[in-house]
Write a protein of this length. Structure first.
Lengths: 279, 309
């Protein structure tokens, strides 16, 4: 039995449908635009600013650039995953495939692998490109780039798994609406928690934590954002929130473990649901 | 598992039932297909044909009852090793070429690379797609896609093929080719379950027919038995009188007497020679004696509408 036939086919589909080409072209444009903007703003800041402001400018631009990348990658992961099952069952494409001696769970996990792979490679390549630009232009160094990349990758796994689960439960449209709504809810919860932290409101902090349990995507971004900031910037901020959407503290171990468990759990639920489903 | 299949029935379904909520799609269908047998599954829309087929494939879980394919429980993926399937709404990854699709399905069926390389061109040739294997499926016509679907079902030389409306997109010539193909499969010992609305097609190719309605089997049997029971005979004599009618009535039920013609529902499909002999020796001039065989369509309509034809 040749392994990962479905994964390979899914990747081939992404290439064949020009998904890879389209995202590569647009991403190059994005990185180019970032480089141009970063260099221009950094030069301006360097001309008439004190060193502290220069550190702020470089960090803010880098982190906000990666924040945009995080959104793009999250959309990519969700778009890929919400159609992964429902579109193929609705069109009847899957009938001939699952009439083969192939376990449905295997089919599902192989799809998950393909879409996780695409999303993770995308977020790592784009973030890496932005950090490289910032390093080349401003000598910018993130506190712990590999940890940031790891957390962003984990966020992609969370979104692909959640999208896949929704895709086994609902039609593509409903799955898309549900997952995007949850993603937005997590984002909003993150902001509420951020403000709650700032004004010392415990209820708002709890809302934020609850939303991170429901969907840890925003919390993972915030964790990654900590490691993306420069050490000088973090030292100056000394635990105080500097930029909105960016965390002044490292992510907790509990968040990482919950996220890993979340991936396993949603994937298991998706497999269980898909296995029992009549096609 | 492959060893066990030598003697096992290709399909052995007992009392298959499928309920969707309160709706009973299939209510206790039993179906046996031996290797090398071509069986037609007939029924009006919504009779439960596709649901039954999908239970054999493990695509739909039976509420109760069992289905075995070559002795293996249909819910076990291993049951699909020797099974080929053409879905009714055949849709394939249209960004692949025809040959790539066959390779892909061959891989899923566990075929080695060399086995696939040998099988794919031969199959494309067999379904009339020679020279089209390198075209993307999205450029195929509907008929070509259906041909490719048949090739896909046969790629791993299965022992059982489930064909759901395999000629719906084909022209008369294409239909004939598919009939020939099914006959070839039978002579190779392959079992075929054919779902079709085209009764004439089923009549031409199937050994046995199972007619389902409202989720139940309403009639099954060899095609000859099914269409020949209650054969009508039209008799034209030089004259008709009471004695002639009486003689005819000895061979069945007189349905109609009109001028010099009697239409008789014969008790046996083989009574025509004896009837002719009796009438001639009684001194009647026999002008015509025509057995009117019922078509499968007559039987089908009679069964599913409940009216006598």
């Amino acid at each position: 039995m040749s392994a990962l036939v479905i994964t390979r086919l899914s990747l081939k589909e992404a290439v064949s449908r020009k998904l890879v080409l389209a995202s590569a072209v647009l991403s190059l444009a994005f990185v180019g635009l970032f480089a141009l903007g970063f260099a221009t703003l950094y030069q301006r800041a360097a001309e008439d600013s004190e060193p502290g402001l220069l550190v702020f400018a470089a960090t803010a631009q880098t982190v906000l650039g990666v924040y945009a990348v995080d959104f793009l990658a999250a959309f990519l992961a969700m778009f890929l995953a919400v159609a992964a099952v429902s579109a193929e069952t609705d069109s009847g494409l899957l009938h001939a495939v699952l009439a083969r001696p192939l376990r449905r769970e295997s089919w599902l996990v192989q799809r998950w692998l393909a879409f996780s792979g695409v999303s993770v490679v995308y977020v790592i390549a784009m973030t890496g490109a932005l950090l490289a630009v910032a390093g080349a232009v401003a000598g910018y160094g993130a506190t712990a780039p590999w940890r940031a990349l790891g957390l962003l990758a984990l966020e992609m796994l969370v979104l692909v798994s959640l999208g896949l689960l929704a895709s086994t439960l609902f039609s593509t449209l409903t799955a898309g609406v549900t997952v995007f709504a949850l993603f937005g809810l997590g984002w909003m919860g993150g902001i509420i928690e951020f403000i709650g932290d700032g004004i010392g409101n415990e209820t708002m902090r709890l809302i934020g934590i609850a939303s991170s349990l429901l969907i840890p995507s925003d919390a993972l971004w915030r964790g990654a954002s900590y490691y993306l900031q420069s050490p000088a910037f973090l030292a100056a901020a000394s635990g105080e929130a500097g930029i909105p959407f960016v965390s002044p503290t490292p992510p907790s171990g509990a968040l990482i473990w919950w996220s890993v468990g979340y991936v396993v759990l949603t994937l298991a639920l998706a497999a269980g649901r898909f296995r029992r489903r009549d096609l | 598992m492959a060893e066990r299949s030598g003697t096992a029935l290709a399909v052995d379904a007992v009392d298959l039932t499928k309920r969707y909520g309160r709706n009973r799609a299939v209510q206790g269908i039993s179906l046996q297909i031996a290797p090398g047998e071509v069986v037609g599954l007939l029924g009006p829309n919504g009779a439960g044909k596709t649901t039954t087929t999908k239970m054999l494939l493990g695509l739909v879980r039976a509420t109760s009852g069992t289905a075995r394919v070559f002795g293996v429980d249909a819910r076990d993926p291993a049951a699909r090793r020797r099974l080929g399937y053409l879905p009714e709404h055949f849709r394939f990854h249209d960004w692949l070429t025809g040959a790539e699709l066959l390779h892909y399905h061959g891989r899923l069926a566990g075929m080695s690379s060399s086995a696939r390389s040998a099988a794919v061109p031969a199959l494309l040739e067999r379904v009339g797609l020679r020279g089209k294997g390198d075209q993307r499926i999205r450029t195929y016509s509907k008929g070509m896609t259906q041909r490719l679907g048949i090739a896909q079902a046969l790629v791993h030389a299965p022992g059982l093929v489930l064909l759901d409306e395999p000629t719906s997109a084909l022209d008369p010539l294409g239909r004939r080719e598919v009939r020939d193909l099914i006959r070839d499969l039978r002579s190779d010992g392959v079992a075929v379950l054919l779902n079709s609305h085209l009764l004439s097609e089923v009549e031409l190719v199937c050994d046995r027919v199972v007619i389902v309605d409202a989720g139940r089997v309403v009639r099954s049997g060899n095609l000859d038995e099914l269409v020949s029971t209650g054969t009508e005979i039209r008799v034209r004599l030089d004259r008709i009188d009471e004695r002639a009618e009486h003689l005819c009535a000895g061979f069945g039920r007189v349905l109609l007497t009109d001028g010099t013609t009697v239409v008789l529902a014969a008790d046996s499909p083989h009574s025509a020679p004896a009837l002719a002999g009796t009438l001639v020796s009684a001194g009647y001039g026999l002008e015509a004696l025509i057995p009117i065989q019922r078509t499968l369509e007559d039987v089908f309509v009679e069964l599913v509408t409940g009216t006598a034809g």
